[in-house]
Design a protein around this ligand. Structure first.
Ligand SMILES: Cc1ncc(C[n+]2csc(CCOP(=O)(O)OP(=O)(O)O)c2C)c(N)n1
Ligand SMILES: [Mg+2]
Length: 323
């Protein structure tokens, strides 16, 4: 089928989803022990969206993310130890330990950054697409955002501008049904938020966000169009947030039966099942074990890394020196 991931692509997506799951579990455990600063926003059960939507991008393509970006960072090829160290505030972190888990950026990998301001990555990526168009290169900008972010005014303004000017940008909606504690049915009257993008004349697709292959195919088609200069695309990925909004969430507002139903559709297991007819189980076990060891090694190294010196922190210097 057109735009299908190769078997190698599928193994890589399987591997990266395991990296993200184990990384977040490690941070969940550290958070319970009071060893992290601030809340951690986990994406358990949603890994296929970030990992598969970014799988066909190059390092030259731009990506903007959200407060829940671990799968986006890993998908875009950002170094795992650099992420772990950044979350732990270590000087070896990708941003010197100053950004924390919501704002990780790695410009060399085209990961322009997570963002704690809901919806703020959307106009940023749209602007990057405009700059690509002006410069005449074939880079694509992508932004991954949530259903909550889709209720912002800037979302509409960005989509309108991108459609009007045929900007090379791909909008990927990670529809996990919740914005904070509020179910999407109480955020707005539109179940399929991509219908709003269609109203701006943007081609849209709705996919099972727990199926990495489905996400990859739909997004790859939009990326190809954008690269050919045919304008923006929008992919709505239906998924579900298994964990609370963040590690500080007291819970109690999500239906346990609904969570259990979604857990039966674990994106990692769906990816594994798709591979099992083609690759021996023993080989896939090795992929999984190596990914788990990679996370353990990255965490151990990051935990042993030093915190930044006080003087290293930009905000201790006059702004004129920082610029
Ligand atoms: C502009 C702005 N408004 C409100 C908030 C508080 N806030 C943080 S996350 C969030 C909900 C985001 O929901 P969604 O976009 O669906 O992302 P998800 O948490 O589901 O990944 C809100 C309202 C914020 N950070 N920024
Ligand atoms: Mg949401």
């Amino acid at each position: 089928m057109k735009n299908s991931p190769s078997l190698d692509d599928q193994v890589e997506m399987y591997r990266k989803m395991i990296l993200v799951r184990r990384l977040e579990e490690a941070f969940g455990a550290l958070s319970k022990e009071g060893k992290t600063r601030g809340p951690i926003h986990r994406c358990d059960g949603q890994e296929a969206v970030g990992v598969a939507a970014t799988a066909m991008l190059g390092a030259d393509d731009y990506l903007t993310s959200t407060h829940r970006g671990h799968a986006h960072y890993v998908g875009k090829g950002v170094d795992l130890h650099g992420i772990a160290a950044e979350i732990l505030g270590r000087s070896t972190g990708l941003c010197g330990g100053r950004a924390g888990h919501m704002l990780v950026a790695d410009v060399e990998k085209g990961m322009i950054g997570g963002n704690a301001i809901v919806g703020a990555g959307i106009p940023a990526a749209t602007g990057m697409a405009l700059s690509n168009q002006v410069l005449g290169n074939d880079r694509v900008a992508m932004t991954i955002f949530g259903d909550g972010a889709s209720q912002t005014g800037i979302w509409h303004e960005s989509l309108n501008m991108a459609a009007l000017w045929k900007l090379p940008v791909v909008y990927v909606l990670e529809h996990n049904e919740y914005g904070l504690t509020v179910h999407s049915s109480r955020q707005g009257p539109t179940e399929d938020l991509s219908t709003r993008a269609a109203a701006y004349g943007i081609p849209t697709a709705i996919v099972d966000g727990n199926d990495a292959i489905a996400v990859y195919r739909a997004v790859a088609e939009m990326v190809d169009r954008a690269r050919r200069g045919e304008g923006p695309g929008f992919v709505e990925c239906k998924t579900y947030r298994w964990e609370g909004f963040s590690t500080s969430d007291m819970g109690g507002y999500q239906d346990p039966e609904t969570i259990a139903e979604w857990k039966k559709r674990d994106p990692i297991e769906i990816a594994r099942a798709a591979l099992s007819g083609h690759i021996e189980d023993a080989k896939l076990d090795v992929v999984r074990t190596q990914a788990e060891e990679e996370v353990q090694a990255a965490m151990a190294r990051a935990l042993a890394d030093p915190l930044p010196e006080f003087e290293e922190c930009a905000y201790t210097r006059p702004y004129s020196e920082v610029l």
